[in-house]
Design a protein around this ligand. Structure first.
Ligand code: PEP
Ligand code: MN
Length: 264
């Protein structure tokens, strides 16, 4: 079902007035984690003002260590939903377990499957039983074939609204947090009809690399970008402040991307 062979036309996922996989470049921006109502409201206003379409933010965070901040949970879903409504943005948030799929889907427009859960087959199967769009992140050690098979689980269950996200893979390089595999964009678009989103924030782990790699992702043909932006990155509650853009950087980047999209 994920293969281009049996589905020559691109899948376009329409959510309210936003089309993902069509002509429009879709920008999802926001903090790594929802921290407070004030924080997510402020960031939502900045995302909207810059021209973004989707507010990102994790209420449930998949942290490497059990003692790190794990997210604010269900209350965070409510804070995000409220900020999205107020500022006219769609919302995307990560869901980590099958049990939380329904409550996350009640609050968010798009559900994110994180890199660590790309092969959480029970989660994928559960996501196949609903119609809420899913942004499936590539496992950091997954081949394209494994990635597309993970998407297949959701599609096979009956949910056609799947987008693929390249968020960097693990290589021998340690300067960057991950290696953003930009070949994934044209490769996945040739093997599959699903929209492809790039995540240069997790793909590089370094703020100064996010802007050039966003431009490169668009040049490579990405249908959208998911970008971490924080009003006060140095004091963010996850370690991802180092890769989060400042609000003015985010706004300037979106102006550049608009120009780039015009010449492509
Ligand atoms: C995130 O989007 O904040 C996140 C945890 O992403 P990933 O699963 O790609 O590490
Ligand atoms: Mn993050």
């Amino acid at each position: 079902l994920a293969s281009r062979d049996f589905h020559p036309d691109n899948t376009v996922i329409k959510i309210k007035d936003v089309e993902i996989g069509g002509d429009q470049l879709v920008v999802m921006g926001g903090p790594c984690a929802v921290e407070s109502p004030e924080q997510i409201d402020l960031i939502a206003r900045l995302v909207k003002a810059a021209g973004g379409q989707v507010l990102r933010g994790g209420a449930f965070k998949p942290r490497t260590g059990p003692y790190s901040f794990q997210g604010v949970g269900v209350e965070g879903l409510e804070m995000m939903a409220e900020a999205g409504r107020k500022h006219g943005l769609l919302t995307i948030t990560e869901v980590m377990t099958p049990e939380y799929v329904d409550i996350c889907a009640e609050h968010a427009d798009i559900l994110q499957v994180g890199t660590r859960n790309m092969q959480n087959f029970d989660l994928l199967r559960k996501l196949g039983t609903i119609q809420t769009p899913v942004l499936l992140k590539r496992g950091f050690s997954a081949t394209y074939d494994e990635f597309l098979n993970a998407a297949e689980y959701i599609l096979a269950g009956g949910n056609p609204n799947v987008m693929l996200c390249e968020r960097g893979i693990r290589t021998f390089e340690t300067y960057t947090r991950n290696t953003l595999d930009l070949s994934a964009v044209p490769v996945l678009q040739s093997l599959s009809h699903l929209p492809v989103i790039a995540d240069p924030s997790h793909g590089t782990g370094r703020r100064e690399l996010v802007e050039p790699m966003c431009r490169a992702s668009v040049a490579a043909g990405a249908d959208g970008l998911i970008i971490e932006m924080h009003n006060d990155p140095d004091n963010s509650m996850t370690g991802d402040g180092v890769q989060s853009l400042f609000p003015d950087q985010f706004a300037n980047l979106l102006v550049d991307l608009e120009k780039l999209a015009e010449v492509l």
